[in-house]
Design a protein around this ligand. Structure first.
Ligand code: C2O
Ligand code: CU
Ligand code: CU
Length: 539
């Protein structure tokens, strides 16, 4: 099998110029589709790096975007003769991490380990910013189950640009259950277990957001996987494990696999943000919002040599109904269910003075438009004994005993996205939780809103129910509580649609002596930077 690795010798150069990319048939300025999908190699982008508990350093640098790599900033590391860029940190549950972040770029930064249950100091979000030339040493124990987590900068107000410019990497936490699954599936990372990091980009290099982007989110017409526009992966007639991260600033995908004749290729959902499900779930599609991960198994064994399967994002109503403030009658979900009958204190304001421009998708690829993401070309025959086991992990059912309800209302007023009518203020903690308490969080999104990918730092969430969901979401429910297959696992990010309420239980137990501070925010990075975020103090 041919494989392309992310080996880019120029990556370490600290020049600020940008090399424009080639033309694309579909969208001017995107790359050319069909280039082989890069996978982590020994060196270069996303290389798997078993750091153990030794002291390692990640340096943040600016770099030159090139024809093969669109990003203008990079996390670089050296290990012996290896040069690693945005390395995939391969760690084991229970081990210690000792990692120094060295900032060699002009802007201050701080790095957050998304999904890991760290103390405030090591969460990398509310800590001090690391100035150019300075460094910060993280030391923590990996307390989380096996799964695909990730890291990205979190300097308040500047997260979107730094992440878009290429500052993100994967964290692969391993444990015995995950090793047992690899064995049962007969998969090997980089060969039959592939990572797909999705990011939509505008043509050109570094991040530039206009007012429209700041309200709705930054969307681009170029759909990239591992930094390449609509790549192709050659595969054999066997099963593959795909570990998918949506690293896009704002775009939600409705992912499905389609054969050349248009027939849907079913897949198996193995896991979500926080690791493996208890048992596998057969799926035909999955919504994946920014920061969410899915772990899937796709079987190409019934296909013939020469066949191709497209991973695509299907059409859906993106529900950017934030413009409908003055026109509630136009909201198809108005009038349903509990959330709908609550009076909307924002109705009628905001719109006049600060209504966002209608979101046209920048004349390119609006959210919710069907588009190919990448293709799998069946090229070789293979015999594999791999199969998906009935039981994947020991993940227990969520416990809700004694949980107190806490509503979190998601809305827009006076030109800002808000949680419980508030905009983020550094140093303020409107959510105070008793350490060890179990809480039932009710994420309630207004009708005249847009979908928000709600992320909680420090503590995993378990989704209990979705209520008053839009019809096309309710149609995908797998139980009478309205949950989707992706709601069945451990989550750190959950997408909440306009008019919908998502109930999630969180256990706020932590092992540290002092009170710890965290954040809850929308992972649409423009919403996050714009203050759709609240401090959470667990004392
Ligand atoms: Cu992935 Cu607070 O972020
Ligand atoms: Cu996080
Ligand atoms: Cu949002």
């Amino acid at each position: 099998m041919r494989r392309r690795t992310f080996l880019t010798a120029t990556a370490a150069a600290g020049l600020a110029s940008f090399a424009p990319r080639g033309e694309n048939q579909a969208f001017a300025g995107c790359g050319s589709p069909g280039v082989p999908l890069p996978q982590p190699g020994r060196d270069g982008y996303f290389s798997r790096w078993s750091i153990g508990d030794r002291a390692v350093t990640l340096e943040v640098r600016t770099r030159v975007a090139s024809a093969s790599v669109p990003w203008t900033r990079v996390f670089a590391a050296a290990d012996g003769d290896r040069t690693l860029l945005n390395p995939t940190l391969v760690v084991e549950r229970g081990q210690r991490v000792d990692l120094t972040l060295a900032n060699a770029m002009p802007d201050p930064t701080i790095v957050h380990w998304h999904g890991l249950a760290n103390d405030t100091r090591n969460d990398g979000a509310l800590g001090p910013l690391v100035a150019r030339g300075a460094s910060f040493r993280y030391t923590y124990e990996v307390r989380d189950r096996a799964g695909l987590y990730w890291y990205h900068p979190h300097p308040h107000g500047a997260t979107a640009g730094q992440a878009y410019d290429g500052l993100f990497g994967l964290i692969e936490v391993g444990d015995d259950e995950d090793r047992a699954l690899r064995k049962a599936l007969d998969v090997v990372p980089g060969e039959s277990e592939l990572v797909l990091v999705l990011q939509d980009r505008k043509p050109g290099g570094a991040y530039a957001a206009n007012n429209d982007d700041r309200t709705h989110g930054h969307f681009g017409p170029c759909l990239t996987v591992n930094g390449v526009e609509r790549p192709q992966q050659t595969v054999a007639t066997r099963g593959y494990r795909l570990r998918i991260l949506n690293a896009s600033n704002a775009r939600t995908y409705r992912l499905a696999f389609s054969a050349a004749n248009g027939a849907r290729v079913p897949f198996t959902l193995l896991g979500t943000d926080g690791g493996l499900l208890a048992s596998a779930v057969a799926c035909r599609e999955a919504f994946v919002s920014p920061a969410e991960r899915i772990d899937v198994h796709v079987d190409f064994s019934a296909l013939a040599i020469g066949d191709a399967v497209t991973l695509e994002t299907l059409a859906f109503d993106p529900m950017h109904v934030e413009n409908a403030v003055a026109d509630k009658a136009a909201d198809p979900h108005a009038g349903h269910g509990a959330a709908a009958s609550a009076p909307d204190p924002h109705a009628g304001h905001g719109a006049a003075a600060t209504a966002p421009e209608p979101h046209a998708g920048h004349g390119s690829l609006a959210e919710g438009v069907r588009a190919p993401v990448m293709t799998f070309a069946v090229r070789t025959r293979a015999a594999s004994t791999g199969r998906v086991p009935a039981t994947l992990s020991s993940l227990a059912a969520p416990v809700t005993d004694g949980a107190m309800e806490r509503p979190l209302r998601l809305g827009f007023a006076k030109g800002r996205w808000r949680i419980n009518d508030r905009v983020f203020e550094m140093g303020s903690f409107p959510i105070e939780v008793a350490r060890g308490a179990r809480e039932l969080w009710l994420f309630r999104n207004y009708h005249t809103s847009m979908p928000h990918a709600m992320h909680l730092h420090g503590f995993p969430m378990r989704v209990l129910a979705r209520e008053t969901s839009p019809d096309f979401i309710a149609a995908l429910a797998v139980d009478d509580r309205g949950r989707l297959p992706t709601d069945l696992g451990r989550k750190d990010t959950v997408l909440v649609w306009p008019g919908e309420t998502v109930r999630a239980v969180v256990d706020f137990a932590h092992p540290w002596r002092d009170p710890q501070d965290y954040l809850v925010h929308c992972h649409n990075l423009e919403h996050e930077d714009g203050g759709m975020m609240l401090g959470v103090r667990v004392a």
